[in-house]
Design a protein around this ligand. Structure first.
Ligand code: TYM
Length: 326
């Protein structure tokens, strides 16, 4: 059985990009694989966080995992900082990663520009991510397209360590969706939908009320051609909305384009509001129930215990192969 690992940062409201690119894969995978899903709070602190907000967001993300269908009886769900081996392995991997490799990471370059005084942690983010993945002998990492470079680095580090110290790590593979792997901003469809965009109408969050979803979609940037057709280059706004429609409805883009022949953007957007809200309704309802339940914290504690056992086995192997400790 293959081992799956992925994580989400508790840094704000989870949006449909996170869901369509990564989270919905978590549910699809949990019946045929051994799945481990993490709330990566130590990644969150690579940029400043308010402690109270962080704690709230950790539980929000955990409840959302379960609201979309991650079942803690089938999958291990836990908070990264509750398993100390992530940081421990992170240091060891630091010593097997080159400054040049991290300097080339595009996400670091983008985030550095937004930060007045970037932390060492922000630079080192991809190594902690490699540690998350390699700690669990992960075969498959379900993520959005923006994580491709980070997964490549995790693979390179694994191959390097295996070459230097003998077989130590499983070399992981990324898993990307055909539609939804890169959902774009609604206000600027040439940039990725993100939690940190100051314009709230740039994204749809999983817990947004139906009215807010409607406003965001109806005001999404399109073009003046008035024809519904797919061309990322010429019509990035409509193409992004077509991708979102396709990902939520399961219909192919070609079929949707055919259905809307002769229709204007208004009709298409109204129907898209319906499609998105119908998919989000049950998530919103389950979230409220789970977020306030005792079981949520119990599931996370149980998950951390199970994850620690696997992590400790890996650490023993790593230390032994590298000649560390007594
Ligand atoms: P985060 O929290 O930024 O994003 C969580 C997941 O959502 C995907 N994603 C998107 N997919 C499609 N369209 C978008 N606009 C979009 N925005 C975000 C991300 O690709 C991600 O899969 N570095 C990770 C967190 C992490 C991790 C790991 C993931 C830390 N350790 C180990 C996998 C394995 C991240 O970007 O989180």
């Amino acid at each position: 059985m293959s081992r799956v690992f992925s994580g989400v940062q508790p840094t704000g409201n989870i949006h449909i990009g996170n869901y369509l690119g990564a989270l919905r894969q978590f549910v699809d995978l949990q019946d045929g694989s051994e799945c481990i899903y993490c709330i990566v709070d130590m990644h969150a602190i690579t940029v400043p966080q308010d402690p109270k907000e962080l704690k709230k967001h950790i539980l929000d993300v955990a409840a959302l995992y379960m609201a979309i269908g991650v079942d803690p009886k089938k999958s291990i769900v836990f908070v990264q900082s509750d398993v100390k081996q992530h940081a421990e392995l992170g240091w060891i991997l630091n010593c097997n990663t080159y400054m040049g490799e991290l300097s080339r990471m595009t996400q670091y370059k983008q985030k550095k520009q937004k930060s007045e005084n970037p932390s060492v942690g922000l630079f080192d983010y991809p190594v902690l991510m490699a540690s998350d993945i390699l700690l669990y002998d992960t075969d498959v990492v379900p993520v959005g397209n923006d994580q491709k470079q980070h997964i490549e680095l995790a693979r390179d580090i694994a191959i390097r360590v295996n070459g230097k110290y003998g077989k130590t790590f499983v070399v992981p593979e990324g898993r990307f969706m055909k539609s939804g792997a890169r959902v774009m901003s609604l206000d600027d469809p040439t940039s990725k939908m993100s939690k940190s965009n100051p314009n709230e109408k740039s994204r749809i969050c999983l817990l947004d009320e139906p009215g807010k979803v409607k406003k965001a979609i109806m005001s999404a940037t399109t073009d003046s051609e008035g024809v519904i057709r797919y061309s990322i280059k010429e019509k990035p706004g409509i193409s992004n909305l077509l991708d979102i429609y396709s990902a939520f409805s399961g219909k192919s883009v070609a079929k949707i384009v055919k259905e809307y022949e002769g229709h204007g953007y208004g009709d298409f957007k109204k129907d898209l509001v319906e499609v998105v809200n119908t998919s989000l309704d049950p998530i919103r309802a389950r979230f409220e129930e789970i977020r306030n339940s005792k079981e949520l914290v119990e599931a996370l504690k149980d998950g951390a215990e199970k994850a620690s056992e696997i992590a400790e086995r890996t650490m023993k192997r790593v230390k032994s192969n590298m000649g560390l400790g007594l």
